[in-house]
Design a protein around this ligand. Structure first.
Ligand code: GDP
Length: 299
């Protein structure tokens, strides 16, 4: 992740060694860094803030070693990102489920098609099983052809009960079925998948809101595709506006060399990233680790 940023920092370090940088030269250098940061999909506000602070510390200074220069950039970057992390609450889904007295714990999954929603629903089912938490899956996407079969395949493979109705049914009714089934069968958690489409589709948002009102979820999770680029910011914004989700899961992080998506979601919502998807297998769901993210930035 953040490969472009790493490259930019090391290029700047080369330029800055053994000479005093003039304001003009620094402007040029910072312009390049800014472009690299934006291309890494780091939010604009953050890029501006980082660039300004670095500039203040650098102007008219002479650097004996490139490391010195690198350290300033590194520490400015790290402290800005740390400030974002500090604003975000630390959430452990397993702990939340285990501490709820009345069963089931209701998890509502939202996000657009192709973001990895269905796969992530299955990954969560697998994770809960590993933690001795029983669960059922609700096939809440009654819209997209093939969606019910796709999620059934996962449920069968994981040996989890799937609650479904036919295509065109009201997803809120299917979700309610899932909650009722869980209550009568003493199931710990219900994972409710929903339909995708595009985030600007008002029908979709109304549908998600209806499910939310009917089942009153304990935790709503937004699934964001880390490869979606700028579109991820608008998806996050729209879903947050309508659902006020409690946390997100960022998928396909294994294929993401830019890495700015994590910062976009955090600074856009202030809500935690509870897991990241790191592959296509059920086990590929990891807790997002801030320390690891920070220490990986400049290695
Ligand atoms: P949905 O339309 O949102 O339900 O998306 P799917 O669950 O069908 O996923 C779309 C594609 O992304 C599938 O090929 C998944 O295997 C893949 N995918 C999902 N999560 C990850 C991940 O964390 N890493 C990688 N590499 N692929 C993923």
């Amino acid at each position: 992740m953040l490969d472009k940023v790493k490259n930019a920092v090391s290029n700047i370090s080369k330029i800055a060694v053994e000479k005093q940088i003039s304001e003009k030269e620094l402007d040029k250098v910072m312009e390049n860094l800014t472009i690299e940061l934006l291309e890494s999909e780091i939010p604009f506000d953050l890029v501006e803030q980082i660039s300004e602070n670095i500039k203040k510390q650098m102007i008219d200074k002479k650097f004996a070693r490139s490391d010195e220069f690198k350290e300033i950039i590194k520490s400015e970057f790290t402290s800005t990102i740390k400030k974002i992390f500090q604003k975000v609450e630390d959430v452990d889904l397993i702990q939340l489920i285990n501490s709820k007295e009345s069963k089931p714990f209701k998890i509502l999954i939202v996000g657009i098609n192709g973001s990895g929603k269905t796969t992530t629903v299955a990954k969560i089912g697998h994770l809960l099983k590993e933690n001795n938490i029983s669960s059922v899956i609700v096939a809440g996407d009654t819209f997209r052809s093939g969606a019910i079969e796709q999620i059934k395949e996962h449920a069968d493979r994981l040996e989890l009960k799937l609650i479904s109705q036919k295509y065109g049914s009201d997803p809120a009714a299917v979700a309610r079925d899932g909650v009722e089934y869980s209550k009568t069968h003493n199931i710990d958690a219900v994972i409710i998948d929903t339909s995708g489409r595009v985030q600007t589709n008002s029908n979709l948002m109304q549908e998600v809101l209806k499910i939310k009102n009917v089942v009153n979820p304990d935790f709503t999770v937004f699934i964001g595709d880390s490869l979606a680029g700028n579109d991820l910011v608008s998806q996050t914004h729209e879903f947050f506006k309508f659902t006020e989700f409690n946390g997100s899961i960022l998928t396909k992080v294994d294929a993401d060399v830019k890495g700015g998506a994590i910062l976009s979601i955090l600074s856009e919502t202030g809500k935690p990233i509870i897991y990241i998807g790191t592959g296509q297998e059920y086990k590929d769901l990891e807790k997002f680790n801030e320390e690891r993210f920070l220490s990986g930035l400049f290695q």
